[in-house]
Design a protein. Structure first.
Length: 475
């Protein structure tokens, strides 16, 4: 098995990865809150987690990947402030919480499938695990880490010695400079709710009976309860986006270790944000890009996957259309080179019989992966390989297909793009462009958008220029 080094947010350093049980990895990644579509920033984090799992499996580890679906308890502030995100969305859309949850869960998995993100081994919904959460909260309570105040059960962070270690928070200093606390029931501003019984809203749709009264769980407890249920009370890797370090993961650690009395997770890995023009992309602000919106513009989901692979997961990645265009042309030219190799080589070599030169690329690729998932370096090796005429075609082909296990770019499916249009089609496209212009003039934007979408579905991209609308075939 190849040695793997990863950056552990706990302690903030690169460490040799040693699983608890040799050859097996328990991995938990925080899943989506299903009140809206995932934006492409969220999807960057899931692409990172998928690449991590693919890398570990490539090196021979048996990974159990668990992901939760948050369908209750996540308030609009990560710190227990605001309204439940699910309830708010249900009210705004005039649907039930369960309908909203089902709709966006399906949309999420449709997106991940299109991005070649492999389905986790276990996907678990918060609302299916309320009893597990209650049992865990009982243990936290029995160990003396909680208090009941104003109708809610709180976690008392002052009782937990290592509170804030993950984020490097110094509780004493923070207390002095803390913002005015909105919840007067808290003893300490960093205390958080384990179980709510006092809802701020009249029609709380999802409520359960519990030893503390009828109510619903705080957000953080679901990840502690479900990860322990499926991976055991101690496991190897927990991941998520960097926004989760200070509150969500910090609180997950406090309550999990308060319940068990021992260490919970050995390695914490966090993906940096995708940013828009240096700004934040957030789901709650409503202004965000979905995968669907990229597809509508004529991009292949794998263009976005390639775009993400081009940045290290611990660096911010700045999204731009030019950047996505570059990723698309790089991906297409990679496929073209693979096709050329296919035409040259009778069949791929066997991976165990590669020549010296090809083997050197294989080693360099794997070394980059094993060095805290250095995907940009790994991709650079792919390009050097494809440009190296000294590597026999059958070796290069075998290698690139093997490497695609981790890249997930569907390289084996590469085909020549046969594109041609006859005069009837050209006439039809032009008539659609005219119809769309007329619809726009009449301010009937729904029809105009529908015409554009239909053209995209048929592989034709429109571009509005000052001199008029032009079209091109989507590659
Ligand atoms: P949520 O559905 O809001 O719980 O977020 C799902 C995942 O996406 C979490 O792991 C977040 O940390 C992550 N995330 C949120 N915003 C971004 C962003 N702009 N870039 C990358 N990851 C993000
Ligand atoms: Zn979580």
């Amino acid at each position: 098995m190849h040695d793997v080094h990863i950056f552990n947010t706990m302690g903030r350093k690169i460490q040799l990865f040693t699983p608890l049980h040799e050859g097996n990895v328990g991995f938990y990644g925080c899943g989506p809150t299903v009140y809206n579509y995932a934006h492409i920033g969220n999807l960057r984090t899931y692409i990172f987690e998928d690449t991590l799992v693919r890398m570990l499996r490539r090196f021979g580890y048996r990974v159990t990947h668990v992901m939760n679906i948050t369908d209750v308890g996540h308030l609009s502030g990560d710190d227990d402030t605001g309204e439940d995100k699910m309830l708010k969305s249900a009210r705004e859309k005039g649907q039930s919480v369960l309908e909203i949850a089902q709709f966006y869960t399906n949309a999420f998995f449709k997106d991940t499938e299109r991005l070649n993100i492999r389905q986790p081994d276990i996907v678990c919904k918060a609302t299916d695990h309320i009893q597990d959460m209650i049992e865990l909260i009982k243990r936290i309570e029995a160990n003396g880490y909680s208090y009941f105040s104003g109708g809610n059960l709180y976690f008392d962070v002052s009782k937990f010695d290592h509170y804030g270690e993950l984020a490097g928070l110094q509780l004493d200093q923070l207390k002095a400079g803390a913002r005015v606390e909105l919840d007067p029931n808290k003893r300490n501003p960093f205390d958080f709710v384990l179980w709510f019984t006092k809802s701020k809203f009249d029609k709380q749709a999802l409520i359960w009976d519990s030893p503390w009264g009828i109510g619903y769980p705080g957000w953080h407890i679901e990840c502690s309860a479900m990860s322990m249920k499926y991976l055991g009370e101690q496991f190897d890797i927990h991941a998520g986006g960097v926004d989760h370090i200070a509150v969500h993961h910090t609180n997950e650690i406090a309550q999990s270790e308060a319940a068990t009395g021992h260490r919970w997770v050995n390695y914490w890995m966090h993906a940096e944000f995708l940013v828009l023009d240096k700004g934040k992309m957030s789901k709650s602000s409503g202004s965000f890009l979905t995968l669907e919106s990229l597809i509508d513009k004529g991009y292949d989901p794998l263009d976005y996957r390639y775009f993400c692979l081009g940045g290290h997961y611990r660096s911010q990645l700045s999204f731009s259309w030019e950047g996505l265009d570059q990723a698309r042309s790089a991906r297409l030219s990679l496929l073209d080179r693979v096709l050329a190799l296919k035409e040259k080589a009778v069949k791929p070599a066997s991976i165990s019989e590669l020549g010296q030169k090809a083997l050197r690329y294989l080693t360099a690729f794997d070394d980059a992966l094993a060095d805290d998932l250095a995907m940009p370096r790994a991709l650079a090796q792919v390009w050097s390989l494809l440009k190296d005429n000294d590597v026999p075609a059958q070796d290069a082909l075998a290698l690139i297909l093997n490497i695609d296990e981790v890249l997930g770019l569907d390289i084996a499916k590469a085909q020549r793009r046969e594109v041609s249009v006859d005069t009837d089609t050209v006439q039809w496209i032009n008539s659609q462009i005219q119809r769309r212009a007329a619809a726009k003039k009449a301010r009937d934007f729904a029809t105009a958008d529908a015409i554009r979408s239909e053209l995209v579905a048929r592989g034709i991209q429109l571009e509005d220029r000052p001199e008029g609308t032009v079209w091109r075939l989507i590659e």
